[in-house]
Structure formats: C-alpha cells, structure tokens
Design a protein around this ligand. Sequence first.
Ligand SMILES: Cc1cc2nc3c(=O)[nH]c(=O)nc-3n(C[C@H](O)[C@H](O)[C@H](O)COP(=O)(O)O)c2cc1C
Length: 174
Amino acid sequence: MDLFDAIARRHSYRGEFTDQPVPREDLQKIVQAGIQAPSAKNEQVTSFVVVDEPELLAKVAEIVDRPVCRSAKAMIVCMTDPRPVFHDIAFPAEDCAAAVENMLLAITALGYASVWIDGVLRMGDIAERLGRLLGVPEGHMVRILLPIGVPVEPGVQQDRLPWDRRAWFNRYGG
Ligand SMILES: Cc1cc2nc3c(=O)[nH]c(=O)nc-3n(C[C@H](O)[C@H](O)[C@H](O)COP(=O)(O)O)c2cc1C
C-alpha cells in the first residue's frame, strides 16, 4: 500500500477482531517500522514486547479490560526508558509516539487494524501490572499498547479540521 493511502486509511479500531492470526513475520515487519522511527539523539529509549501467546494475551486483556483487547490476536506493548538524552532533557513520550505512528501505518498497510491505547494504561496501577506480567525492568515505563488483528467491521478515520484551520504558509493564520 502506498504511504499516503496508509496515512488516509489508518483509523482507531475498537471493535472485535476475526480469528485470523497475525503471523510473526508481519509482527516483525510492524515492530521493525517502529524501530526505524526517529528518536532524540538516536538514543532509542523505546522498546517493544510483542505478545502473541494466547494465554498471555488473555492475561493482558484481564488487566486492560477493553473489547478490542479481548479478541486481539497479537499486541505490541511499548516501554520507554525516561532517562535524559540531551543535557538534562528526556524525550520518552515523543520517541515512543514516533515509533507508534510508524507501527500504526505498517499495521494498516498490511491489512490489520489497531488503536493507540494510552490513557487507560495510566489509570491506577495498570501500567505497573502490565510491566510485572511482561518482565519489564524497573525504571522502564509501559506507555502504549497496540492490539492487532483483522477487523470484523471495516472502519474509517475520524474527520479532521480542514487544512486552512490548522496550517498556513509562512504566517500563522495566513
Ligand atoms: C496520545 C494519544 C492517546 C490516545 N489514547 C487512546 C486511548 O487510551 N484509548 C483509545 O481508545 N484511543 C486512544 N487514542 C486514539 C484517539 O482517540 C484517536 O486517534 C482519535 O480519536 C482520532 O481517531 P482516528 O485515530 O480514528 O483518526 C489516542 C491517541 C493518541 C494520539
């Protein structure tokens, strides 16, 4: 799929997935797209746990109790190391977001669907419980989870404001 088609087709999918598995070959391609994202000082503080064992998927879905997690055939859990990389500045959220967007586009290009699950991980101790389940080292933060599968229902991207409400040449506001 052409890059601009993938950008246009990517959407947040929160429905059920079919029983079709997601082969490891595709999961590796998706995570490789995340690995190739830019990161501050190229310090690459984002790391990824790919979950595809059914028992472990079920345990993750017990912690992140959302319909889209319950039928996901695979999940990519993204962790960040929030250490400073440029003087005393850390960029864990930015680095992780760049990787996640690359992966969402790869997921779309390969015919799968997903959603950026973030806010729910920050509720209570959900991120910590996920970290313990997956053996994430102390000091690393679980930030974003991408459930992956073939969607039962095709979806579309939500509407965006028109170009001239959000972007201009040369001067803010045109
Ligand atoms: C930083 C960030 C956090 C998000 N967190 C969640 C989340 O916790 N749960 C969820 O269902 N969607 C989450 N989303 C997805 C957005 O709700 C979604 O991208 C937005 O509504 C636009 O819809 P679209 O992705 O279909 O274009 C998040 C997106 C971003 C960029």
